[in-house]
Design a protein around this ligand. Structure first.
Ligand SMILES: C[S@@+](CC[C@H](N)C(=O)[O-])C[C@H]1O[C@@H](n2cnc3c(N)ncnc32)[C@H](O)[C@@H]1O
Length: 249
C-alpha cells in the first residue's frame, strides 16, 4: 500500500482527533520567526501552518486535503520526493510527523534542502519512545519493533547536515492526538477513533492491538494501571522522544 493510499484509508477522522496543540504551535512558530515564505510538506489538514507567513502545502492524500479548512493555505497535490518548486523558492520547508511515511526519506529531505534555506522537522527518537512510553514498553512491544524500521530522528539528522535538536515535551492535556499524546489518559487508547488517527497503531496487526487493548482495559478497570504508573500522575509534561529539528544552509 502506498503512503497516499494509507492516508486515504486511515486519515478519515484525522482533523477531529489531531488538533494542533497550542504549546507545540508556539515552539514550531518560534523556529519560523522572521521568515516570510514556507512550504509545508506532508501538510495534511494544515496543522501547525503559520498564519503570519505565506504558506503553500504539499500533500498526496485527497482525504487529508479535503479536511483542510476553507481558510487554510493553498495546497499542491504532490510528494516530498518530487517537489514542484524551483531551487531556493521558500525561506523555510516544514515537515511535521510525515518523514517516516515517505517512500524515499533521503530524497525527500534533499528536496526540502533544495527548495528552502531553512528546514524545520518534527520527528522522534525511537529509543527514548521505547524506554519512556508505558504503552509500547509494557503493552505493545510490537509497535516498537515497527517504529525502529521507520525513518525518524537519525535519518533526519543524517540528511539535513548540521542541525539543532530540541525536546518537544508532551503536555498531559495535549490536543494533537499523536501516539504519545494520551500518556496520562490511558482510557483514550481504548477508543477506535483515537487509534485510527495514530498510524503507529492503525497500521499494526489488528489482533495484536486488540489483545493489548484488552489487557489495558482490564488493568485500568482493576486499578492496576493507576497503581503501576502512579508517578506519572505527578507530572504535567513528559519527554517521550519527540524532537524539533532545525537546519539552516
Ligand atoms: C501524520 S500525517 C501529518 C500531517 C500534518 N503534517 C500534521 O502534522 O498534522 C502524515 C502526512 O504525510 C503525508 N505523506 C505521506 N507520504 C508522503 C510523501 N511521500 N510526501 C509528502 N507527504 C506524504 C500523508 O498523506 C499525511 O497527510
Amino acid at each position: 500500500m502506498s503512503a497516499t493510499e494509507r492516508y486515504d484509508q486511515i486519515g478519515t477522522d484525522y482533523a477531529s482527533v489531531r488538533r494542533p496543540d497550542a504549546r507545540w504551535v508556539a515552539r514550531i512558530h518560534q523556529a519560523l520567526d522572521g521568515h516570510r515564505t514556507i512550504v509545508n510538506i506532508g501538510a495534511g489538514a494544515g496543522s501547525y501552518e503559520p498564519g503570519f507567513m505565506s504558506v503553500v502545502g504539499v500533500e498526496p492524500s485527497q482525504i487529508m486535503i479535503s479536511q483542510r479548512s476553507s481558510s487554510a493555505a493553498p495546497v499542491v497535490c504532490g510528494v516530498a520526493e518530487q517537489l514542484p518548486f524551483q531551487d531556493g523558492a521558500f525561506d523555510v520547508a516544514l515537515a511535521v510527523f510525515t518523514v517516516h511515511h515517505w517512500s524515499d526519506p533521503g530524497v525527500g529531505l534533499a528536496e526540502m534542502r533544495r527548495v528552502s534555506h531553512k528546514q524545520v522537522v518534527v520527528t522522534w527518537d525511537p529509543d527514548v519512545f521505547a524506554r519512556q512510553f508505558w504503552l509500547v514498553r509494557d503493552y505493545l512491544p510490537e509497535a516498537v519493533a515497527r517504529e525502529r524500521q521507520l525513518a525518524t530522528l537519525a535519518t533526519v539528522l543524517a540528511h539535513l547536515g548540521p542541525t539543532t535538536t530540541e525536546m518537544l515535551l508532551v503536555p498531559d492535556d495535549c490536543t494533537d492526538g499523536f501516539f504519545g499524546a494520551y500518556w496520562k489518559r490511558p482510557q483514550a487508547y481504548l477508543e477506535a477513533t483515537v487509534r485510527g488517527a495514530i498510524s503507529g497503531l492503525a497500521l499494526l496487526d489488528r489482533g495484536v492491538v486488540s489483545a493489548a487493548m484488552e489487557r489495558l482495559k482490564v488493568d485500568i478497570g482493576q486499578g492496576r494501571w493507576h497503581a503501576r504508573y502512579s508517578d506519572l500522575m505527578e507530572l504535567c509534561e513528559l519527554d517521550l522522544g519527540y524532537r524539533l529539528v532545525v537546519a539552516e544552509h
